[in-house]
Structures are given as structure tokens and as C-alpha cells.
Design a protein around this ligand. Structure first.
Ligand SMILES: Cc1ncc(COP(=O)(O)O)c(C=O)c1O
Length: 445
């Protein structure tokens, strides 16, 4: 008997009782290699003593101070640390509790910025199909998992969705990557023209698409074109780096690899590494100056903004990543992981694509590699892979609906930044077993 309203009332979850390094342990004594960091969260692994000590020290000084009364040294320290390495032009940090909240803050800030400028006609937000931006109403409105969104549509605002940049499925055979980027850029231009350029406030995109598509980077040049279009029409570019940011792809921010900077950016998961709930919006100096010269305030606050315990966790996590040069390990082990995945699955009849950057990798499953035909969604292959992986002591983040929100299956890998080469071998070997078990199970049905 449980009084917890679990994600699924039909599934029995093992009880996690401890965690250490790359492993979580359940109450039956089983060990699970956390190859997905939960949902790309646990970038330092579990039970990091330095982070826990930093949190204890923070609790001993000040555990909570409401931001309408006080700032805290730890919030100031976190903002200084994050902004020191922020993309060009970004200067200020709004600290909240989750990725969804960070996206809500970005959306609200976009509207507020234009209100401050007297451009109150900018009411439209453009985002992309096959994206996930969070579960709160605003974030869910811009999110592009259309079948999941449909039942809640009456409660959502009307964001305008265009195509994602998903070369494996949506680049045409007669198109170069450049042609494909140009076609998608034109789609954004067309949508802006249709809505009226001076009615659009912001374009929102995940720099590398995470949960919905399985670690899909854009083709080269795509984001440069997007940035240029936004600039030309005075539209804000909001990048969602909740999952792909804070080092996950091998650079602190995924947009560094696109050589662009957004006006607003959301980060969360890897910021605090799961040691405390935290998310944040990074905001450009230009936006902050507009507010400072206008009303002076951002009317969007929550009780737990800048929570000292979360800030302490995030400061400790980010300091360790920097001190131990872990981004180099993300790059090197990321290259290992890519190579090992391609060795293992490069000729696998049911693996259509291996993709991603750094320690953020996706494996897309297909019933036929040559035609890219997905499995029948009723088989729920993705869920079976997840279960089989757990039996082999491996946590992987799997999802269905890769193709169109309904069909398609993929596996997302996002192991802690502390993995070594042996760990990479372990992940790939166990994943191979899990995929074969799950597909064997379907075949025998
Ligand atoms: C890209 C992206 N944005 C936003 C969110 C929402 O973050 P949270 O679940 O912390 O609210 C997620 C969560 O998976 C995400 O992957």
C-alpha cells in the first residue's frame, strides 16, 4: 500500500536507498549503473561528499531567506560563477527550482521586455514540434509533443510550432545539410511573415533536442541562420539548455558549439546535479538594462527563488566540474561512447541511428534499418528496453514517439561526467543485452 501518487499506478518501482559514484542501489541490494543520470541530471554521480558538505555548511548558516527581504552570499556566488562563463551578452541569473520554471521565466521575461519597450503587440511565441520544454502550463504550451499536448490544449496558450531540425528523419535525400538548414530557416521566416513580424516576441528551441528526439543536434549552420532571422526581426532567441547544457555536450553551454548566443537561456538539470532542485534563467544585459531603465522590476517571483541550499549545491557542483576539468572528460569519454556505440550497433538491424554530442547520446531503434521503419508503437519497445536494462543493472532514459510523437523509440544516454573508459564499455555491453532482450521479447509475443 502506498499513498504516493506515482507516475504510473500500474508499475511497481524499486526503492532507491543509497547512491555512490555512478551507481544507485535499491532496498533489495541491486546496483544500477546510472547511464542516464536519471533524466540527464546527475552529472557528478551520486553521494559526492564535497557537495554534501557544502550543503551542510549552508544549512548551518542560512537555510532560507525570502528574496523580497534579502539576497544571500551563496546566491550572489552562484550568479557570479555562472555568468563568468556565460554566452556572450548574458549577464544576470534568475534562480528558480526546475527546468519548467526556468522556461516559464524566459517566456514571461520575453513578454515583460517587450512591454517595457512599449511593444505590447509582440504576443506570439514560435517553437518547434517534437520538443520538450517542461510540464507547467507555459512550458507545456511551447512544447512540441503534440499528441501528449492535445488533451490539455484548452488550458494552454497558442504557441506556433514549426519543424525541428532532425536530419535523420526529416532531411530530404536530395538536400545537403546546408539546403536543409536553409529550408528550415525559411520555414521560420514564413511563420514570422504569416503572424506579422512585429507580433512575434520569441523563438524557443532546445540547442540539442533531448528527451523527445534522443540527443539530436542541429545540422551545421542552422542556429546561425535562426539567430540572424531573430536579430533581423527584433525577436528574442530563447535557448532551452535544461537538459543539454551545463557541460553535458562537452562545452559548458551547448550553444558554444553553434557559435551563437541567445538572449535568454534556461538551464537546470546539470546545474545542481540532482543534489537539490534548481533551475535558472540566464538573461542578457540588454534585457536587464531595458528593465532597469523602465519599471525596474521583473514581476515574476516564487517563494523558493534563490533557495540557499540549492545555490550551495550548484556552486559546489560547478566548482568541482571546473577544478577537476571534467568537461575534458565529457569530451574524451563522449568520443569513446560514440565509438563504442557505433562498434556495437553500427550493423545492428534494429538500430537506425546513433547520435549526440559529449556524454549526451541517442540510439534510435527501428524495425528495419534500411527503410528506417519504426516498430509498432503498441509494442512499447522503449519501455521494454528500460525494464530489460534495469534487469541488467543499467539505467537508461527511453522514450517513444521519436518520429511524430506516436511512433518511434529511442534510448537516451547521459552518464555522469566522472565515467572512465571501463564504465563506457559497461554501459554499451549492458545496453546491447537490454536491446536484444526487449526485441526478443516482442518477437516471441
Ligand atoms: C529540454 C528540457 N526543458 C525543460 C525541462 C523541464 O525541466 P523540469 O522537469 O526540471 O521541470 C526538461 C525536462 O526534462 C527538458 O528536458
Amino acid at each position: 500500500m502506498t499513498h504516493v501518487l506515482h507516475r504510473s499506478q500500474l508499475h511497481k518501482y524499486p526503492t532507491a536507498v543509497s547512491g555512490s559514484g555512478v551507481h544507485l542501489y535499491d532496498s533489495d541490494g541491486n546496483a544500477y549503473f546510472d547511464a542516464s543520470g536519471g533524466a540527464a541530471v546527475s552529472c557528478l554521480g551520486h553521494g559526492n561528499a564535497e557537495v554534501l558538505d557544502a550543503m551542510r555548511r549552508q544549512m548551518d548558516s542560512v537555510a532560507y531567506a525570502h528574496t523580497s527581504f534579502f539576497t544571500t552570499d551563496i546566491a550572489e556566488e552562484l550568479a557570479e560563477l555562472v555568468m563568468a562563463d556565460a554566452p556572450d551578452g548574458l549577464s544576470h541569473l534568475h534562480i528558480c527550482n526546475s527546468g519548467s520554471e526556468a522556461i516559464e521565466a524566459c517566456l514571461k521575461m520575453a513578454r515583460h521586455y517587450f512591454n517595457e519597450r512599449g511593444e505590447t503587440h509582440r504576443i506570439n511565441i514560435i517553437s518547434r514540434r517534437q520538443s520538450y520544454h517542461g510540464i507547467t502550463a507555459g512550458a507545456f504550451s511551447v512544447g512540441g509533443r503534440m499528441p501528449a499536448r492535445a488533451p490539455f490544449e484548452p488550458l494552454l496558450f497558442n504557441a506556433h510550432h514549426i519543424s525541428p531540425c532532425f536530419a535523420y528523419r526529416e532531411q530530404r535525400e536530395d538536400e545537403t545539410e546546408e539546403d536543409y538548414a536553409a529550408r528550415l530557416a525559411q520555414e521560420l521566416e514564413d511563420k514570422i511573415a504569416e503572424l506579422g513580424p512585429d507580433t512575434v516576441a520569441a523563438f524557443v528551441a532546445e540547442t540539442v533536442v533531448g528527451a523527445t528526439l534522443g540527443a539530436v543536434p542541429a545540422v551545421p549552420g542552422y542556429f546561425k541562420r535562426i539567430r540572424e532571422i531573430c536579430n533581423r526581426h527584433g525577436i528574442l532567441l530563447i535557448l532551452d539548455e535544461v537538459m543539454c547544457g551545463m557541460g553535458r555536450t562537452g562545452t559548458l553551454h551547448a550553444c558554444e558549439q553553434e557559435a551563437i548566443a541567445p538572449d535568454l537561456m534556461a538551464v537546470a538539470k546539470g546545474l545542481g546535479g540532482g543534489y537539490a532542485p534548481i533551475g535558472a534563467m540566464l538573461c542578457s544585459q540588454q534585457i536587464v538594462s531595458t528593465i532597469t531603465e523602465g519599471s525596474g522590476a521583473f514581476p515574476h517571483s516564487q517563494t523558493y527563488n534563490g533557495h540557499p541550499l540549492s545555490c550551495a549545491a550548484a556552486v559546489a557542483v560547478q566548482q568541482i566540474i571546473k577544478r577537476d576539468n571534467l568537461l575534458q572528460n565529457v569530451q574524451e569519454r563522449g568520443t569513446d561512447l560514440d565509438r563504442r556505440l557505433n562498434e556495437q550497433f553500427g550493423n545492428h538491424h534494429h538500430v537506425g541511428d546513433v547520435r549526440g554530442r559529449g556524454l549526451f547520446r541517442g540510439v534510435e531503434l527501428v524495425s528495419d534499418r534500411a527503410s528506417k521503419t519504426p516498430f509498432n508503437p503498441e509494442t512499447k519497445l522503449h519501455a521494454k528496453v528500460k525494464q530489460a536494462a534495469m534487469k541488467h543493472g543499467l539505467m537508461v532514459y527511453t522514450m517513444g514517439g521519436t518520429v511524430d510523437g506516436i511512433t518511434g523509440d529511442h534510448i537516451l544516454l547521459a552518464p555522469p561526467f566522472i565515467v572512465d573508459s571501463n564504465d563506457v564499455d559497461t554501459i554499451v555491453e549492458r545496453l546491447g543485452l537490454a536491446i536484444d532482450d526487449a526485441i526478443g521479447h516482442i518477437a516471441s509475443q
